[in-house]
Design a protein around this ligand. Structure first.
Ligand code: MSP
Length: 593
C-alpha cells in the first residue's frame, strides 16, 4: 500500500485516516525549515498576495510588497521571529492565454515572469523568507492534499455550471453583476463585470463545486466575534454585507479541455482546479502544509497579517476562510486591505497599460526614498495618485528638509558635543534636566520632552493597528517638531555667548548655561536616535546611515532601545563629519523634474 508521506523537519508523517490520500506520493521535503524558524515557537507570519505573471510588475505591486515588508520588519525590530512570504500566481486561463499570445509554452513564460517579480523584491530590499511559485512541486502537493480533504469531508460535488466568466479577474459573475457595454478601444458591444469593468464570456460546462453556501452562518459568526479582522473597518463591513446577502456555491474546476494550465483534479484529470483555490492555498503551502500534527505552527500558520489590495477582498475574506474552515485549519489573524495607486486619476493596471515601471522609479529615486514615499503617501482607505512631483516634494520636505536637516544641525553643529550631551543626560534624563533643577522649566521644553517620551509608543500603536502610513507621518511630525524646537531654543546663541565669555540669560553660571544647551541638544539627538531606530523597517539603508552618524552600537538598534535615555553609550559618530557630502544623509536629487 502506498501512503502519503510528508517529511516535516525530520519527522515523516502519514495521514493514514484518509484512505483516498494514498494515491498521493509527495517526493520532496517541505521548505519550512528556515534560519528564522528553527525552534517550535510560531513566527509572526506576513504575506503579500502572489502576483500574476502575465505582465510586468507596476508600482501598485511594489506598494503591496513594501507594506508587507515594513510590517514584518517592525516585528523583527520588536525582537520577534517574523517571516514574510511573497511569490507568483502562475496557473489559470489568464496565464494560459498570455503565454499563448506570447508564442511561448506556459512554463518558460512563467519562469521569466517569476524572475522579474523576484528581481523587484530584491530591488525593493524585501526581506522575504520565501518566494513561492504556484508551479512549485510542493505547492501542487499541498493543493492536491487539500482537494482530497475537501472531497472526503463532502464539501465538493459535481454539477453543471452556467455563468459569466472573466478571464482577467479569473472569476464567475452572477447575471446581476454583469452588463452590456461599449468597449471604447474596439467599438464592440461586450458583456462586462459591473465591479471590475472586465469582459466576461458565457460559459456552460460540468465542473466541481465547493459548498460555499454552507459556510454563511459560520462566517458571519466569525466576523461578529472578530470585528477587527479586516482593516480598514469599511472593508470589514463590505465583507459582512456580501455574506449576509447570501452565498452561492463556488465553481472550483474547469474542464481540462479548456483550461490545460493548472493543477489537475487529483481524482479526475479531465478537470483542472480553479486558479483561486490553487492560489489561496499558497499561504499554507509556504508554512509547510500539510503539516504533521504538533508542528502546525512551526512554519508560521496561521498568518498574523495578510496584505491584499481592495480588489481581492472577496477571495481572501470570504472564499479563503470558508476553505480553511472546511479544512479545519485556523484562520489568518488579520487582513490589511489597501487602496489603489492611480496614475492621472485612473487605476494603475497592466491591462490598460496605465502603469509606472517600479524598476525605473527605484533607479531614479533610490530604494529608500521610494519605500518612504509609498508608505507615506500610499492609500489604505482611499486611492492615491502617483506623481513624480510628489516624490520630489516628499524628498525635499520630509527627508532633506526634515530628517537630513535635523541630523546635520545636530551632528555638525558648532559649539556643542553630542557625546558630552549624551553622557550628561542619558539614564534618567528628566530628573537630570537642568530646567527641572533650576525650577524654571519652560513650557516648550516640557511639551517637547513629552513628545520624545511618547515617541515609541505613538509609532508602535499605529504600526500594530496596521496603519504604517500614520506611523510614518507621526514619526515625521516629531522630526519637524524637533527642528522647530531647535529653532525656538537657539542653542547656537548659548554656544556663541559661551565662546565670547558673555553671560547667558536665565542662567547662573557658564556651567549652568552649558548644561541647558546640552539638554536641548540631547532631546533633539534622542529624537534622531529614536527616529533612526524606528525608521529601519521603512528605510533600512538610510536609517543605518543615520544611526552610524549618531554612533549608535549595532546591538542597540532594537525597539526596546528606542526609549528616551535608554542608550548611554552613543554620540561618537562612526562616519566622517567633515564638510561636503560625507555625512550628508540626503544629497540633492540629480534633477528636480
Ligand atoms: N494573483 C492574484 C492574487 C492571488 S493571492 C492568492 C492577483 N494578482 S495581481 O498581480 O493582479 O495583483 C497583486 C496585488 O497587486 C493585489 O493585491 C492587487 O490589489 C495589487 N494591485 C494591483 N494593482 C494595484 C494598484 N493600482 N495599486 C495598488 N495595488 C494594486 O490579484
Amino acid at each position: 500500500m502506498t501512503t502519503l508521506t510528508r517529511s516535516v523537519g525530520s519527522r515523516p508523517w502519514r495521514p493514514q485516516s484518509l484512505s483516498s490520500l494514498c494515491a498521493l506520493r509527495p517526493t520532496r521535503t517541505r521548505f519550512i525549515a528556515t534560519a528564522s524558524t528553527t525552534d517550535d515557537t510560531k513566527p509572526y507570519y506576513v504575506t503579500t498576495p502572489i502576483f500574476y505573471v502575465n505582465a510586468a510588475p507596476h508600482a501598485g505591486h511594489l506598494y503591496t510588497m513594501v507594506l508587507a515588508d515594513v510590517l514584518k520588519r517592525w516585528q523583527l525590530l520588536k525582537g520577534r521571529k517574523a517571516i514574510l512570504l511573497t511569490g507568483t500566481d502562475e496557473h489559470g486561463m489568464k496565464i494560459q492565454q498570455a503565454s499563448a499570445k506570447a508564442g511561448s509554452d506556459p512554463k518558460p513564460f512563467c519562469d521569466k515572469g517569476a524572475d522579474i517579480f523576484k528581481n523587484l523584491a530584491a530591488r525593493a530590499e524585501l526581506s522575504n523568507d520565501h518566494f513561492i511559485r504556484t508551479t512549485d512541486a510542493s505547492h501542487k502537493e499541498a493543493v492536491e492534499y487539500a482537494w482530497h480533504l475537501l472531497n472526503e469531508r463532502g464539501y465538493i460535488y459535481q454539477s453543471k455550471h452556467q455563468g459569466w466568466y472573466s478571464v482577467s479577474d479569473e472569476t464567475f459573475y452572477p447575471e446581476s453583476q454583469v452588463h452590456l457595454v461599449l468597449d471604447p478601444p474596439t467599438g464592440r458591444k461586450i458583456m462586462a463585470s459591473i465591479e471590475s469593468g472586465k469582459e466576461v464570456e458565457w460559459t456552460s460546462e460540468v465542473n466541481y463545486h465547493f459548498r460555499l453556501s454552507a459556510f454563511r452562518d459560520k462566517l458571519l459568526a466569525y466576523y461578529a466575534e472578530n470585528p477587527d479582522w479586516v482593516t480598514p473597518k469599511a472593508k470589514m463591513k463590505d465583507v459582512v454585507s456580501a455574506v449576509t446577502a447570501g452565498l452561492e456555491d463556488l465553481s472550483i474546476s474547469r474542464p481540462s479541455s479548456r483550461l490545460t494550465w493548472g493543477i489537475r483534479v487529483p481524482t479526475d484529470p479531465e478537470q483542472t482546479i480553479y486558479v483561486w483555490l490553487d492560489a489561496l492555498i499558497n499561504y499554507a503551502t509556504a508554512a509547510g502544509y500539510p503539516w504533521a500534527p504538533g508542528s502546525e505552527h512551526t512554519g508560521g500558520w496561521p498568518a498574523d497579517v495578510q496584505i491584499i489590495g481592495k480588489d481581492i477582498l472577496r477571495f481572501h475574506c470570504i472564499y479563503w476562510p470558508a476553505f480553511l474552515m472546511a479544512l479545519d485549519l485556523p484562520l489568518p489573524k488579520r487582513f490589511l486591505t489597501h487602496a489603489h495607486w492611480t496614475l492621472g486619476k485612473q487605476k494603475m493596471a497592466k491591462s490598460t497599460g496605465n502603469v509606472v515601471n517600479p524598476f525605473f522609479a527605484l533607479d531614479r529615486f533610490g530604494t529608500d526614498t521610494m519605500r518612504y514615499y509609498m508608505i507615506h503617501d500610499g492609500g489604505i482607505d482611499d486611492d492615491t495618485d502617483y506623481d513624480n512631483l510628489y516624490i520630489i516634494e516628499r524628498y525635499k520636505k520630509g527627508l532633506q528638509g526634515g530628517l537630513g536637516n535635523l541630523a546635520s544641525r545636530i551632528t555638525r553643529g558648532k559649539g556643542w558635543e553630542v557625546r558630552r550631551a549624551v553622557k550628561r543626560f542619558s539614564g534618567d534624563p528628566r530628573s537630570n534636566s537642568p530646567f527641572v533643577q533650576a525650577h524654571a522649566r519652560k513650557v516648550e521644553i516640557t511639551e517637547f520632552e513629552k513628545l520624545v517620551l511618547d515617541f515609541p509608543k505613538d509609532v508602535d500603536s499605529r504600526m500594530e493597528s496596521l496603519r504604517p502610513n500614520l506611523a510614518l507621518k507621526k514619526l515625521m511630525k516629531n522630526i519637524y517638531a524637533a527642528n522647530a524646537f531647535l529653532q525656538a531654543q537657539t542653542p547656537w546663541d548659548i554656544a556663541a555667548r559661551l565662546k565670547k565669555g558673555e553671560v547667558v540669560r536665565n542662567t547662573q553660571s557658564n556651567e549652568d548655561a552649558e548644561r541647558q544647551m546640552d539638554y536641548i541638544i540631547y532631546l533633539c539627538t534622542e529624537t534622531l536616535r529614536l527616529a533612526g531606530i524606528m525608521l529601519q523597517p521603512v528605510m533600512p539603508s538610510k536609517a543605518k546611515q543615520l544611526l552610524d552618524m549618531l554612533g549608535v552600537a549595532e546591538d542597540k538598534r532594537g525597539f526596546a532601545d528606542a526609549q528616551l535615555g535608554a542608550d548611554k553609550d552613543y554620540g561618537a559618530s562612526k562616519v566622517p563629519q567633515g564638510k561636503g557630502q560625507a555625512g550628508v544623509l540626503f544629497a540633492p536629487l540629480m534633477s528636480d523634474s
